[in-house]
Design a protein around this ligand. Structure first.
Ligand code: HDD
Length: 726
């Protein structure tokens, strides 16, 4: 597309041009004559951005923002060596624009990455919801999904321990619908009024802004210890769910209970689940720590690369569907966001799949300016009385006003619905539309009565579920007694984990609490853990040098549920997994073997990288610049034994780097393999080839290695290597 910046033409063409959704009277403000607009041809891509907004910047001379062609590479000076003149509008406007490039980062979830894609409905669900995107089997709706961490600032590292945001927008034919969820199905608090307290406690200390993107400090644990509602989410965050392998390898949840409402006004309570089709996978903590330095962009890079290589991540979307009368039926309150509904009580009904198939083209315009809002709902969707959700409905609009300094943020390309907008909202900072209606009020006769209010029965308007009602009650500032069991479900979670992941929780709590300096805060936290499980509390207390607490069994039970452990199932395939193939540039045979193994793994959809001492044909990366953390499995080729000698250090890379890659991969639970004398890489760290996930073959057996190793990669983490408290 030729450059499309000349705003002077834009408006004139707009009125003459094709129908546009964004303006009274239906004329386009954005499409220019000669612009064809194009979609990528991918399913669900309606070409919205390309059609209306993409500017490629090629071919034209530089202009100012107001269209005057100028030279913006030299400032205007009084003589060649003289001072710059205040008159230089080119300099002043360029610098002013630069000074204003940043908008305030998100108050929470500042660090994130996003992609476009589509949702495909797997049925006609009009019997339970009138939401149009669920009205027909095979119906595709464009989506935008942003992943994030919560506590860190915009420049923080990806692999910190945190709850991860899963904010999904559907651009439906009847308006934008946002599910602003997380990868953990519960939340820390039950009332939005506590949100500033929660966030103040987890954010860095006000005096020195330490630590960044971490809860391993006194104030966070002070808050957790004093607010037992945090316990359930905290346990999830301390498990593998807090340090996912990638955004693609985590589930998403809507967290709150919502309502589906059909055309007739009949409603159901629903909870959303987004099940990753890549399989659940997690890092281990020591690995995550190294990754923070090795590649702080690890997760956003993974997402971007997967989509570029056409390995489009997918999630199955399902809902747990409950009747209005079920709200207190299960022994807890469905309006309490600290509770899951175990799948044994209510199974998940599939409603479709989500596919991400298109990267953003401009991080700021799309990812940074995306303004999600749980209050973006469409006909067929309604809220619940969850007090956390109710408060969020205020907060998200308010925060966008702060970030964008005015009320017109919904007009930004990424925020615009792909359906028509008609209303009498007017003016404000950054208004893009030229509204032609001179009767911007309702009711009116001068504009034929338009736009008219849309209702349940006219104009397919959004409507509140008729079944919603308030009970006859007094105003209170208190917690509902139906919200007060804070410990049964964290116990259910802990008991549903495999022992190795339970140990991860214990170790994570030990790590975090060891960094807490206040003894009182540590004691309060252990007391809360003890209400969940005496075993858990004793194991944590041990590392903190505290006496083992006596059981506090008020909420102890023996129940378990399924599907909660990150280590429950092998991955479905090895596509996009990174394999480090260690070779040496001193041996042709080693490199040739590496190349042939790489070919075999590429055939399986994996991403092999050949590592050598220096860059030469065949070598992808050097020992000086890589580490075990960037690989999901490591293979050592034959002919490399000299690399592992403890006495012959090479100046080409940090001391013993090849040996530490093999050793660390083993310690992080990854599959490792050696061919021929590459076994020296195991011997130097006393790694026994008889262990699970450790493969040794001679040169004659190298042909079968890809298949064997594939099975190891699917297992992903060999948790038998991790010590568990006896
Ligand atoms: Fe929130 C952003 C998820 C409770 C106030 N939240 C934000 C994002 C996600 C969530 C994924 C990032 C959206 C994006 O990618 O742009 N938040 C949740 C979940 C919650 C939750 C799952 C509980 C179930 N949030 C919550 C409460 C409040 C907020 C109770 C305030 C009362 N959240 C915000 C915010 C943010 C935000 C300050 C920051 C930037 C933004 O909204 O757009 O308004």
């Amino acid at each position: 597309m030729k450059a499309s910046i000349s705003t002077g033409l834009l408006l004139l063409n707009a009125v003459a041009n094709a129908a546009c959704p964004y303006m009274d009277g239906g004329a386009s403000l954005h499409k220019r004559a000669g612009e064809s607009g194009s979609s990528s041809g991918l399913p669900g891509d309606d070409g919205f951005f390309e059609k209306f907004y993409v500017k490629d910047g090629e071919g034209d001379y530089t202009t100012t923002d107001f269209g005057t062609p100028v030279d913006d590479t030299n400032s205007l000076k009084a003589g060649e060596r003289g001072p710059t003149l205040l008159e230089d509008f080119v300099l002043r406007t360029k610098i002013t624009r630069f000074d204003h490039e940043r908008v305030p980062e998100r108050a929470v979830h500042a660090r994130g990455a996003a992609a476009h894609g589509y949702f495909e409905s797997c049925g006609d669900f009009s019997n339970i919801t009138s939401a149009s995107f669920l009205g027909k089997e095979g119906k595709k709706t464009p989506v935008f999904l942003r992943f994030s961490t919560v506590a860190g600032s915009r420049g923080s590292a990806d692999t910190v321990r945190d709850v991860h945001g899963f904010a999904l927008r559907f651009y439906t034919g009847e308006g934008n619908y946002d599910i602003v969820g997380n990868n953990i199905p519960v939340f820390f608090i039950q009332d939005a009024i506590q949100f500033p307290d929660l966030i103040h406690s987890v954010k860095p200390s006000p005096n020195n802004e330490i630590p960044q993107a971490a809860t391993a400090h006194d104030s966070a644990w002070d808050f957790f210890g004093q607010n037992p509602s945090t316990m359930h989410t905290l346990l999830w965050a301390l498990s593998g769910h807090g340090i996912p392998r990638s955004f693609r390898h985590m589930d998403g949840f809507g967290v709150h209970t919502f309502r589906f409402v059909n055309d007739a006004g009949k409603s159901k309570l629903v909870k959303y689940h987004f099940k990753t089709k890549q399989g659940l996978a997690s890092l281990v903590w020591s690995e995550a720590l190294v990754l923070n330095g090795q590649n702080p962009d690890f997760h956003r890079q993974d997402l971007f690369d997967a989509i570029e290589s056409k390995n489009y991540p997918e999630w199955d979307i399902g809902v747990q569907i409950m009747d209005e009368d079920d709200v207190l039926r299960f022994g807890f309150d469905l309006n309490d966001p600290t509770k899951i509904v175990p799948v044994e009580l209510v199974p998940i009904t599939p409603i479709g799949k989500l596919v991400l198939n298109k990267n953003t083209k401009n991080y700021f315009a799309e990812t940074e300016q995306a303004m999600f809002n749980p209050g973006h709902v469409v006909r067929g969707i309604d809220f619940s009385d969850d007090p956390l959700l109710q408060g969020r409905l205020f907060s998200y609009v308010d925060t966008q006003l702060n970030r964008h300094g005015g009320p017109n943020f919904e007009q930004l390309p990424i925020n615009q619905p792909h359906s028509e907008v008609h209303n009498n909202n007017r003016d404000g900072a950054g208004q893009n539309m030229i509204h032609l209606n001179t009767a911007p009020y309702t009711p009116n006769t001068l504009n034929g009565g338009f736009p008219k209010p849309a209702t349940q029965n006219a104009g397919r308007g959004h409507f509140t579920a008729p079944a919603r009602k308030i009970v006859d009650a007094h105003y209170v500032r208190t917690v509902s007694p139906t919200f007060l069991d804070y410990w049964s479900q964290p116990r259910l979670f802990f008991q549903s984990l495999v022992p190795a992941e339970q140990q991860m929780v214990v170790n994570a709590a030990r790590f975090e609490l060891s960094k807490v300096s206040s003894e009182a805060v540590r004691k309060a936290a252990v007391a809360q853990f003890n209400k969940i499980s005496n075993d858990l509390a004793k194991r944590i207390a041990k590392a903190l040098g505290m006496a083992p607490p006596a059981p506090d069994p008020g909420y102890y039970h023996n129940n378990k549920t399924s599907g909660l452990s990150t280590f429950g199932n092998p991955l479905p395939n090895i596509k996009t997994l990174n394999i480090g193939i260690l070779a040496t540039t001193t041996s042709h045979a080693s490199l040739a073997q590496a190349v042939s193994l790489a070919k075999a793994f590429k055939g399986k959809g994996a991403v092999p990288k050949i590592v050598g001492e220096y860059i030469t044909p065949g070598v992808d990366m050097t020992y000086s610049a890589t580490d075990a953390v960037v690989f999901d499995g490591v293979i050592v080729t034959d002919g490399t034994s000299a690399l592992f000698s403890m006495t012959s250090a090479s100046s080409l890379y940090p001391p013993q780097r090849p040996a530490s890659i093999v050793r660390d991969a083993f310690l992080y639970g990854k599959p490792i393999a050696a061919v021929g004398d590459g076994k020296a890489g195991f011997d130097v760290s006393s790694i026994s080839p008889s262990q699970d996930g450790v493969y040794c073959v001679d040169n004659s057996g190298v042909g079968g290695l890809p298949d064997t190793f594939e099975a190891g990669l699917k297992t992903f983490k060999f948790v038998g290597r991790f010590a568990v408290d006896s």
